[in-house]
Design a protein around this ligand. Sequence first.
Ligand SMILES: Nc1ncnc2c1ncn2[C@@H]1O[C@H](COP(=O)(O)OP(=O)(O)OP(=O)(O)O)[C@@H](O)[C@H]1O
Length: 302
Amino acid sequence: MSDDIVVDHLTKQYKKLRAVDDLSFSVRSSRVTGFLGPNGAGKTTTLRMLLGLVTPTAGNATIGGQKYTELPDPIRHVGAVLEASSAHRGRTGRNHLRMICRAAGLPDSRADEVLALVGLTPAANRKFKGFSLGMKQRLGIAAAMLGDPRVLILDEPANGLDPEGIHWMRDLLKAFAAEGRTVLVSSHLLGEMQLLADDVVIVAAGKLIRQGPVDEVLGSMGAAQVKVRTPQPAELTTALASLDGVTVAPQADGSLLISGTGAAAVGHAAFTASVELHELASERGDLEQVFLQLTAGMAGIR
Ligand SMILES: Nc1ncnc2c1ncn2[C@@H]1O[C@H](COP(=O)(O)OP(=O)(O)OP(=O)(O)O)[C@@H](O)[C@H]1O
């Protein structure tokens, strides 16, 4: 069975505000998909509709072809963390997870397994009231993992994590996708998303702005660049001048940064012009710049 997420013409109208506006996108399994948008873009509302917590005004959202509310065993199919987890202040992390296990018909031993998975074993017997924000995030992820789900949906999971915690989460989510699972994660940390996500879905003001593999989205905006080192920069610049839409920017370190074409075309132009190359590398563009270009004027509170 497919574990793809499909959002199909989803709309949510709150009185005068259209929080989500005819939004369609899909999320594939075996990949980490970043769900990006400025504040108030409708990300949380979309995730809440996907999880059956908010009723759409129009459209559908399905996971593996079924609505969340129709899944026969949701905790084993989908794990979700919508906000830093809350638990009873006086309850330990382990007991919090064991209570969820019992409600879901899972063995108690699963609580310790997921505590280990999120690195909380040393804090298993500590009370929730003493948890830091980062520990709460880890506990939320642990709870989402209890049913060993095929699909993981996380809203801003990096909030409150320190750099080591962010690194840990990146590895965890990548490993999860590498096992063939589906990972949808919303974030406004664009640098982090560039490192983590295979695909991105960019929304603003409730509407889809762009979706696709990160490299394609960067490439389509001319954000990808080629870095070259050559002892003959003038000759290479002349050779590249004949190519449409290509710009060459000399860098302070003596290299050339070329936009508007790929490494193969630059290598070919150099070869044809008998220009010696000492370095030829594709440089990924900057997701933050592309995001700002794509959502220009659409940010802000509505
Ligand atoms: N229950 C509600 N009633 C009225 N308006 C709402 C409700 N829930 C959300 N909204 C509004 O819908 C819009 C989208 O909110 P949402 O939380 O989905 O955005 P977001 O992309 O998750 O933003 P952020 O990154 O700031 O969390 C906002 O303007 C918000 O104020």
